[in-house]
Design a protein around this ligand. Structure first.
Ligand code: GLU
Length: 307
C-alpha cells in the first residue's frame, strides 16, 4: 500500500523575532517533511491579538525563507477563524461535553487550588455540576470548559518516546473558550491542524503535554491523530532555556553575523545530523535526516560557534 503523503506545519506565534529554539523546531519539521516529499503548511498563531502583529508575521516569513525553509501553502491566521471555531464549539456543546465556568482568575490561582509538583494547575471541577439556577445567578459571561475523562492517554513521540497522561488528574476539565469569547490555543490548533490535513506535528518539547489534550479534542471532533515529534529545547550556554528575551540570539542579530548555511550547520551538528560543525544548506541536509538520529534531551549550544 502506498504510504500517505506527509503533511507537516510551521505554526509560529508572530509575537517577536524568531529565536534559535523556534528555528531549530522549524528546521527539523521542514526536514522531516521535505525528506519524504511531503507538503508543508504555514499558519500564524495570532489568537493573542495584543501580543502579535502582521509585521512580526512578515518578518517570520522572511526569516524562514532566508534559512531556506519553504512551504506550499499558508492557511488563514487564527485571528480570522473564530467563525470556524464556533462551529466546532457548538458541536461539542450540543453533545453535552461543555459547561460554563464562572471561576475568577483569583479563585483559580489561589494557594488552595490544586497544583501538581511542577506547579501545573489542575482544575478541580468547581463549576462542573452547577444547577441552571446557580448558573443564572452569575451576572458575567462564563468561560467554557470541556469535560475530560479519567483515562490514560498514551502515545509514542517520535523523539521523546512513550508518553502518558491522565487528563482528569494531570489537567482537569479544559477551557476551550475564554469568558471574553476568544478560543484557546488547544481548540484552535486541533481544528486548524485537522482542517489542513496535517499528519505530523513537529514542535518544541515545551508542548509535549499539549499533545494528549489535543488528541482528546481530536477524538471528540472525529479527527484522525497526527504523529508527534517534540524536539529538544535549546539551552543558552548558562543552561537557561532560550527565549524571545535573548535578543542577541534572535534572527535579527544572527542574520547580521552569519550565513544561513553556517547557522543551519551549527544546528544540524547540535542535533546529531552531521558529524562536523560546518556550513550546509537546509536543502542539502534533507538526505541526512531521520527522526531516529534526534535525541530527546535538551541541547546546550556552544557560544563560541554563535559569535
Ligand atoms: N504557536 C506555538 C509557538 O509558537 C506553537 C504551537 C504548535 O506548534 O502547536 O510556540
Amino acid at each position: 500500500m502506498a504510504e500517505r503523503t506527509v503533511v507537516g506545519r510551521f505554526a509560529p506565534t508572530p509575537s517577536g523575532r524568531m529565536h534559535l529554539g523556534n528555528l531549530f523546531s522549524a528546521l527539523l519539521a521542514w526536514l522531516s517533511v521535505r525528506s519524504r516529499n511531503g507538503v508543508m503548511v504555514l499558519r500564524m498563531e495570532d489568537l493573542d491579538t495584543q501580543r502579535t502583529s502582521a509585521e512580526f508575521a512578515r518578518t517570520l516569513r522572511d526569516d524562514l525563507r532566508w534559512l531556506g525553509l519553504d512551504w506550499d501553502q499558508e492557511t488563514p491566521p487564527q485571528s480570522q477563524r473564530s467563525r470556524v471555531y464556533d462551529r466546532y464549539f457548538e458541536m461539542l456543546r450540543d453533545k453535552g461535553l461543555l459547561y460554563p465556568c464562572y471561576c475568577t482568575r483569583s479563585q483559580l490561582h489561589s494557594v488552595n487550588a490544586p497544583h501538581l509538583s511542577d506547579g501545573t494547575y489542575v482544575y478541580p471541577g468547581t463549576c462542573r455540576n452547577l444547577t441552571p439556577a446557580q448558573r443564572a445567578a452569575f451576572d458575567r459571561p462564563p468561560a467554557w470548559r470541556v469535560r475530560v475523562p479519567d483515562r490514560l492517554w498514551q502515545f509514542t513521540d517520535l523523539v521523546q518516546g512513550p508518553y502518558a497522561m491522565n487528563l482528569a488528574t494531570d489537567c482537569g476539565d479544559m477551557v476551550v473558550r475564554r469568558a471574553d469569547g476568544v478560543y484557546v490555543y488547544q481548540l484552535a490548533v486541533t481544528v486548524d491542524d485537522a482542517e489542513a490535513g496535517v499528519t505530523e506535528v513537529a514542535r518544541g518539547m515545551d508542548l509535549l503535554s499539549s499533545a494528549p489534550r489535543q488528541m482528546y479534542l481530536q477524538e471528540l471532533l472525529g479527527f484522525p491523530h497526527p504523529t508527534y515529534a517534540h524536539v529538544p529545547m535549546l539551552l543558552a550556554p548558562d543552561g537557561r532555556r532560550l527565549s524571545k528575551r535573548d535578543r542577541d540570539l534572535d534572527l535579527g542579530a544572527l542574520r547580521q553575523r552569519m550565513t544561513p548555511e553556517t547557522l543551519v550547520g551549527h544546528l544540524a551538528f547540535a542535533a546529531g545530523l552531521i558529524s562536523k560543525d560546518e556550513p550546509v544548506s537546509a536543502g542539502e541536509l534533507r538526505h541526512a535526516f531521520s527522526w531516529e538520529k534526534i535525541r530527546g534531551e535538551s541541547i546546550c549550544l556552544d557560544p563560541s560557534r554563535l559569535e
